[in-house]
Design a protein around this ligand. Structure first.
Ligand code: FES
Length: 64
């Protein structure tokens, strides 16, 4: 994963910031939004964020 790529353009949130949030226990889109601020602008990235979060969790083997 390219951690420097931007996942949410409105809030300048990168893939890496999403990854860190998930690794630190953010489990749902809402939690990731609250921790990173992603998705709180135009909202267009939200669907993408859900995919990204799922991918990250799969990569982690979905450990708690
Ligand atoms: S791109 Fe994420 S809120 Fe607009």
């Amino acid at each position: 994963m390219n951690r420097n790529k931007e996942a949410c353009h409105c809030k300048n949130v990168t893939y890496g910031m999403i990854e860190d949030a998930v690794q630190n226990g953010a489990d749902t889109l809402q939690q990731v939004m609250d921790v990173t601020g992603a998705g709180k602008g135009c909202g267009k990235c939200k669907e993408f964020l859900e995919y990204l979060i799922r991918d990250i969790k799969e990569e982690q083997g979905d450990r708690p």
